[in-house]
Design a protein around this ligand. Structure first.
Ligand SMILES: Nc1ncnc2c1ncn2[C@@H]1O[C@H](COP(=O)(O)OP(=O)(O)O)[C@@H](O)[C@H]1O
Ligand SMILES: [Mg+2]
Length: 361
């Protein structure tokens, strides 16, 4: 069975993952007339509670994947660590999965990701791979120190990373990250971090949002301001980079591309996320069509919507207990509150965000 595209309203759309990104995707899908089926690991997760169907199971549970395929002809995901085998299983059941397996494979492995980018003419920091204490020392010497060691797979929010000051320290650093395959990255001497959220439709059309300027604390995004004040050259570079990546991956959906802006104005790609992205949350209150609706439009085979900014927005993540301050934010006329419905406010956990309108454009 193959999906009818464009997917007509009234159809059921599947999402792998039950977190806040799945929740906001489900809300956007509902707005366009779709029913949503979420596959999530735990009952009572943020996404399942706003969806028509919540299937509880592991992402590689054949019964759960079958149940999802029964309901949905088109499936997408909210996080990049979906097992490749799950995507293949869904595709074998006749489900259209977007973004596709190539985008997932490239985004799941930091070495494959940078190799793909460089092969497409997209610049990154210098890097080397290692899979033993000895090769880690050699890799650190090759890229130069200080350098940043990251696990090749499964890192997020700054987890699975450690700085290496001297090449000889790389052996211990390798052990400290669990003796798993790693990448060693040259330190990026950036003046600031930017990102571009972009989308590609099933017809190959590309749409890009204005750039965001991002500030991290302890590896976690704290705030973004967008549209960022950038030179015309930075905007052009970012758009060219986005187009190369989207085309190179034959991509369908929204992608988040994290960038380092260097002193000379050139941009390096830090990493790509084959999904809606935290630095794109500002689009909910700043743009014609936000990143969540855009992603649903793309995977459903609908035309992409306009991405122009209507306002400059400061997006602030509400981490842990900060979400308890919702009433203060709700009382500010320039602030829009977005809460994820998470039951427990663990320290550092993303509980919600606010979009503060800095000014209309
Ligand atoms: N090569 C690098 N040089 C300097 N800083 C870096 C480098 N790589 C990452 N960082 C910093 O660490 C943050 C998190 O790293 P990133 O690779 O984006 O991992 P994650 O998957 O956890 O988001 C980045 O936003 C940036 O601030
Ligand atoms: Mg990152």
């Amino acid at each position: 069975m193959t999906a009818i595209l464009p997917l007509p309203p009234g159809s059921t759309l599947g999402i792998l993952g039950g977190g806040q990104l799945g929740r906001m995707l489900a809300q956007a899908a509902a707005k366009l007339g779709f029913d949503v089926a979420i596959l999530e690991r735990e009952t009572d997760a943020p996404a399942g509670r706003v969806a028509a169907h919540a299937i509880i199971g592991a992402y590689d549970d054949p019964l759960a994947l079958n149940a999802l395929a029964e309901l949905a002809d088109v499936v997408t995901f909210e996080f990049e660590n979906v097992p490749a085998a799950s995507v293949e299983a869904l595709m074998a059941l006749g489900v259209e999965v977007a973004p596709g397996p190539l985008a997932l494979a490239v985004a799941q492995d930091r070495v494959d990701e940078k190799s793909f980018l460089n092969a497409r003419g997209v610049a990154t920091v210098a890097f080397a791979a290692a899979d033993s204490p000895e090769t880690a020392v050699a890799a650190a010497a090759a890229v130069g120190t200080p350098c940043l060691m990251k696990t090749r797979r499964e890192g997020y929010d700054g987890k699975g990373q450690t700085w290496v000051e001297h090449a000889a320290d790389a052996a211990k650093a390798f052990e400290s990250l669990g003796a798993r395959p790693v990448i060693l990255e040259a330190a990026a001497d950036f003046v600031r971090e930017l990102s571009i959220i972009a989308a590609r439709g099933r017809d190959g059309a590309i749409a890009v949002y204005p750039l965001a300027e991002n500030h991290h604390e302890k590896g976690v995004l704290r705030r973004s301001v967008a549209p960022a004040e950038v030179s015309a050259s930075a905007a052009e570079q970012a758009e060219r980079i986005a187009a190369r990546i989207l085309t190179g991956l034959d991509y369908v959906g929204v992608i988040g591309i994290e960038l380092f802006e260097l002193k000379d104005g050139s941009l390096l790609v830090n990493e790509i996320a084959p999904r809606v992205h935290n630095t794109g949350h500002w689009t909910q209150d700043g743009c014609e069509v936000d990143q969540f609706e855009q992603h649903i439009r793309a995977v459903a085979g609908w035309p992409l919507g306009p991405t122009a900014a209507r306002a400059q927005v400061e997006m602030l993540n509400l981490l842990g207990d900060e979400a308890a301050g919702w009433a203060t934010y709700a009382a500010q006329p320039e602030t829009r509150v977005h809460l994820y419905g998470k039951r427990e406010a663990k320290p550092g956990r993303k509980m919600g965000h606010v979009n503060r309108i800095l000014g209309s454009l």
